[in-house]
Design a protein around this ligand. Structure first.
Ligand code: UT7
Length: 332
């Protein structure tokens, strides 16, 4: 019997309308456009404004577009995985809220917390359900409303992050396409360098935690940078080596969009030219779990069936990983 693989059969992104430019950030904190662009590559990012607008809004908009473009009835969806660190609420899962918003009444689902690597973890999880035969149509969302946990008085974090995300549809295939291999890693000793101090069971919200600004993302940027540069490049090289792939075999590198300098280092290590590297950090900044599906969405019209694509990410946890996939369809 032919091996069943999980293929991405559609991708859709969503970013909110509001554009937060480097120039506007200059009016909020002591920073400047030149520093932000040269140190990160970011020019602008999107912000989800308005009352009661959670990550589910981003996820549901992406899923609605995905269902429409793939001609999929929401009742056919078996499972929804939502990778996010900014769920609408601690519970219920944002995946459940999205399922309700899009009418996916026959699906089950859950959230997955792996920060910037969340989409890769979600892809591997969704693929396992497809490969085992337990599910036929799985949606994997990577989405974050980072503005809900960013301190806009902290210039070291507020310039990097933005809101947005995307969703892919996974379906079984017997062809030589789809998710071919993944290497996923984590190291909890990295927690001190990138985390949110309060609001969890260890330190529930109190007036003191609010006053101490402990409900915002905390990052020791230069330490995270060092780990990100090494680990993202290493794991991307590892997944290529173990599948006998060289830079020449790769059509596209899809790197997590955290910092242009980390992206460049990963591409160099993989021996992949700039023209093969998906890049949209200049427009969206770092949307955490959202960056990888947003890249696939932006570049979808350039992808051809059989293209070898390496996705790579590094983020809070620490978590990191790389996935080799063969694109499953030509531009429509
Ligand atoms: O996505 C999840 C994982 N996250 C990442 O991968 C992010 C990894 N880290 C980074 O991308 C970078 O570390 C940052 C972009 C966060 C910071 O860049 P950096 O080159 O590592 O800067 P730094 O923290 O070493 O700071 C260098 C200088 C400092 O000034 P002094 O001490 O040298 O005088 C900072 O105070 O830059 C200063 N600085 C700023 N200046 C203007 C820090 N932030 C800013 C700013 N504007 N926004």
């Amino acid at each position: 019997m032919a091996k069943i693989r999980a293929a991405i059969t559609g991708v859709q992104g969503y970013v909110p309308d509001y554009v937060l430019t480097n120039q506007e950030l200059e009016t909020m904190v002591d920073t400047n456009d030149e520093w932000i662009q040269s140190r990160t590559g970011i020019v602008e990012r999107r912000i989800l404004k308005g009352e009661n607008q959670g990550t589910s809004v981003i996820g549901a908009e992406a899923v609605k577009g995905l269902l429409e473009k793939t001609g999929t009835d929401p009742l056919e969806i078996d499972m929804i995985i939502c990778a996010t660190v900014t769920p609408d609420m601690p519970f219920p899962a944002t995946a459940n809220i999205v399922a309700d918003m899009v009418g996916a009444k026959n699906s089950f689902g859950y959230d997955l917390s792996a920060a910037c690597s969340g989409f890769l973890y979600g892809l591997a999880t969704g693929a396992s359900f497809i490969e085992s035969g337990a599910a036929k149509k799985v949606i994997v969302i990577g989405a974050d409303k980072m503005s809900s946990i960013i301190d806009y008085t902290d210039r070291t974090t507020c310039i990097i992050f933005g809101d947005g995300g995307g969703a892919v549809l996974l379906e079984p295939t017997e062809e030589e396409v789809g998710i071919m291999d993944s290497i996923l890693k984590s190291d909890g000793s990295g927690a001190p360098y990138l985390h949110m101090k309060a609001g969890g069971s260890r330190k529930p919200a109190t007036p003191e935690t609010v006053a101490a600004r402990e409900h915002y993302a905390y990052q020791e940027g230069s330490t995270v940078f060092k780990f990100a540069v090494t680990n993202m490049a290493d794991v991307a090289a590892e997944v290529m080596d173990r599948n006998n792939l060289t830079g020449d075999d790769i059509a596209w590198l899809v790197p997590h969009q955290a910092n242009k300098r980390i992206i460049d280092a990963t591409a160099r290590r993989m021996d992949v030219g700039d023209d093969k590297v998906m890049l949209n950090i200049q427009r969206y900044g770092n949307t955490t779990a959202g960056t990888l599906p947003l890249c696939l969405w932006d570049y979808e019209s350039q992808l051809k069936k059989g293209d070898n694509i390496i996705l790579a990410a590094f983020g809070g946890g620490f978590t990191w990983g790389a996935t080799w996939l063969k694109w499953a369809y030509d531009p429509k």
